[in-house]
Ligand binder design. Structure first.
Ligand code: ZN
Length: 700
């Protein structure tokens, strides 16, 4: 691994942060980011860094402080505030204590913060405090784990690092580990200068007088471990894994459906499933010893809260995928069986651990986070795509560690009992952000005609209600604009939650690509808002009017049938119900003069909606429509508004307010109705009017 330290970039940041951070803290920030942006060093909030400094008090005195990474910060994007300052002297004094509970440790750390509003200092803060060096870097580097997740880790690491090497037998993070590290450091320091510390089955510490020295010692240590791995690789290699001839939509909806059913998710909701099938993953899954390796569990203890102790490996998956509707579904049954077995084993593990440790804990859910399907790839399940991606990132690196560790010697990571302590440690669980449950959380949605008008408002409302949403439209430019608008409105939570596909709903292949893309990205589909349409005018007693009717039937009726059929196929494969929503029109009930091509097609759409309610009800797939009227959208562009107003004998503004409530109805009103129907679990075959009230168009 190469050092990416760039003196110019470093001094640029020092300059940029002048006034906000001392030079030392700015350089600390710079190298912390270097460490954080290298995924084979740390991942997703893992690792921690520190620098010791002095700070003035209100009385003009100077105190020594430890700037140490605060909980909730990611090294890759850390700012000076991400290394809150803690008074160092009281922390060092703690070393004299024989024991210190976790609660007392957190309290001491908080009580000594200079800024009372700062985040909690890292659970490894005392370790940083007890070591004398000015700059300290702690990582869970893959290459280091491959040499310390070994039965002979100490011997191997001593051979790699030689003089100045400090070895710490496994101890859970916290006060006891901090003391052990300080003692071991001092033992080595008595005879030589300690330069590198390896924590058995956990990771690496390096330090230095400057940010650069500490960072480059991390890089040097990792490079030596990498070189050792290369020199000790056996000449035999395993055959490359190959992906079976199955498509994502034959596999993922059934995995998602099985997981949702077993975990007792509400209908039309389920985990978001992300998957990867890189050559490295497929090759790993094809190893003859894959089951043995997978069962050994996490490469470093703090992965456990994201991936659970082990992944679920489904050996020899039965990809009997000729019928994706799930009839005679051997694969689905195999998945359910494997998941149930996994959960039973988790329950037993939980009971055994509680009994043997004499503790009572509140059991976490027993379901796997990572599911491995040889011949297909690695899948991760989460409440959001980002959460699932984190689990997959961790597991991909775990695969690297397992592969290299078994080439060097034998992969032997931290044991199940120690992992249990971590999994149920309140300080670890606190790292997981609480999930905010919204009406459409864990719902995968697709909205057609999303680039304008009602579709645009609906896509936005559906996304704000918590769904993962695919935007479909044939207007590429407008679609890109709306996609970025939705992302902006979602803010930080947009990550991984919005997709856009250019598709013309009259072209089955392009709709198929949008549906397949949605399934590939998130594992299924629960909600479709079939909205795309246009409003052609014409008298049906003319040839032009009849031609317009034919076109309108293709767009305003038959294209909805295509969208619904392709979506229902995925919903059936999931077996968790689903929700089809159609944008109809009041014209279906109250046709206007010279508007036949539109009214006839929309009437047919209402009939189509009702037919789906009848046919798909037994599969728990609901079908409903919204009848909106006179919404100022693109539909009324190009003189249509004026022409319709004239047909009713009023001016345009009056036309839009001509309803029982006397108020103009907006696209947002329609969007709210769609969001309501998406959660109206007992409603199917229904038309909801959003027209301000129109007695002549009451559905009957
Ligand atoms: Zn650590």
């Amino acid at each position: 691994m190469d050092s990416r330290y760039d003196p110019e970039a470093a001094s640029r940041l020092v300059h940029e942060l002048a006034g906000h951070a001392s030079e030392a803290l700015a350089l600390r920030t710079y190298t912390a980011r270097l460490v954080g942006s290298e995924s084979s060093l740390v991942l997703h909030g893992g690792g921690n860094t520190s620098v010791k400094e002095t700070a003035p008090t209100l009385f003009g005195e100077t105190v020594e402080v430890l700037h140490v990474k605060g909980s909730g910060w990611d090294l890759a994007t850390i700012e000076p505030a991400g290394h809150p300052a803690v008074r160092l002297a009281p922390l060092r004094r703690l070393r004299a204590l024989a024991t210190l509970s976790d609660e007392a440790m957190v309290n001491e750390l908080r009580a000594n913060l200079l800024d009372s509003a700062a985040p909690n200092p890292s659970v490894e803060a005392l370790l940083h405090a007890f070591l004398p060096a000015r700059f300290i870097d702690h990582t869970h580097a893959d290459a280091i784990l491959a040499v310390c997740d070994q039965p002979e880790g100490e011997r191997i690491c001593a051979a790699i690092f030689g003089r100045g090497f400090v070895w710490i037998p496994y101890v859970m993070p916290g006060f006891a580990l901090a003391k052990k590290c300080a003692e071991a450091f001092e033992r080595v320091a008595a005879t030589t200068e300690p330069t590198v510390m390896v924590l058995e089955k956990h990771g690496l510490f390096t330090w230095g007088a400057t940010a650069k020295e500490s960072y480059e010692r991390t890089i040097a240590a990792v490079t030596r471990a990498e070189r050792y791995a290369v020199e000790h690789s056996p000449t035999v290699s395993f055959s490359l894994g190959r992906r079976s001839d199955v498509t994502d939509d034959q596999i993922l909806p059934r995995l998602r459906g099985a997981a949702a059913a077993l975990a007792g998710d509400a209908p039309e909701r389920g985990p978001i499933v992300r998957h990867r099938s890189t050559p490295a993953i497929l090759g790993f899954l094809a190893r003859p010893d894959v089951a043995k390796l997978v069962a050994k569990g996490c490469a470093t203890p703090d992965h456990v809260i994201r991936t659970k102790a082990t992944a679920l490996l489904v050996p020899r998956p039965a990809f009997d995928v000729s019928d994706a509707s799930g009839a005679g579904d051997v694969f689905g049954a195999q998945l359910r069986g494997a998941m149930e077995r996994y959960a039973r084993e988790y329950d037993e593990y939980f009971e055994t651990m509680c009994r043997s440790k004499g503790v009572t804990k509140k059991k976490l859910d027993p379901w796997p986070r990572v599911v491995l399907l040889p011949g297909f790839g690695a899948c991760a399940l989460g409440a959001t795509a980002s959460e699932a991606d984190i689990a997959l990132d961790l597991y991909e690196h775990t695969i690297d560690v397992m592969t290299n560790a078994s080439e060097i010697g034998a992969y032997e990571p931290v044991g199940r009992s120690e992992l249990f302590d971590l999994e149920y440690w309140s300080l670890e669980q606190a790292k997981l952000k609480p999930v905010v449950e919204l009406p459409l959380s864990r719902c995968i949605a697709l909205v057609t005609g999303a680039a304008s008008g009602i579709g645009r408002a609906t896509a936005t409302h559906v996304a704000l209600a918590g769904a993962h949403v695919t935007l479909v439209d044939r207007d590429e430019k407008a679609l890109a604009l709306v996609e970025s608008e939705v992302r902006r409105k979602l803010g930080k939570s947009a990550a991984g939650r919005v997709l856009a596909f250019v598709a013309d709903v009259r072209d089955e292949a392009s709709v198929e690509r949008a549906v397949a893309g949605t399934v590939s990205a998130w594992g299924g589909l629960d909600l479709v808002v079939s909205n795309a349409g246009a409003a052609p005018e014409g008298r049906l007693d003319t040839a032009d009017g009849e031609a317009a009717l034919r076109d309108s039937l293709a767009l305003n009726c038959l294209s909805h049938a295509t969208v619904a059929r392709l979506a229902a196929r995925i919903m059936m494969a999931q077996g968790r119900g689903g929700c089809l929503l159609f944008n109809a029109s009041k014209s279906a009930f109250n046709p206007g003069p010279g508007f036949g091509p539109y009214a006839v097609a929309k009437s047919a759409l209402i009939a189509l909606m009702r037919q789906y309610a009848v046919d798909l009800g037994p599969s728990a797939i609901r079908s409903n429509a919204v009848n909106a009227d006179r919404i100022r959208t693109g539909l009324f562009a190009g003189g249509v508004a004026e022409s319709r107003a004239k047909a009713r004998g009023v001016g345009p503004d009056e036309y839009f307010r001509a309803n029982l409530l006397g108020r103009e109805v907006t696209a947002d009103d329609v969007a709210s109705a769609f969001v309501y129907l998406a959660s109206a679990r007992a409603t199917t075959g229904c038309v909801v009017t959003v027209d301000g009230g129109n007695a002549a168009a009451f559905p009957r």
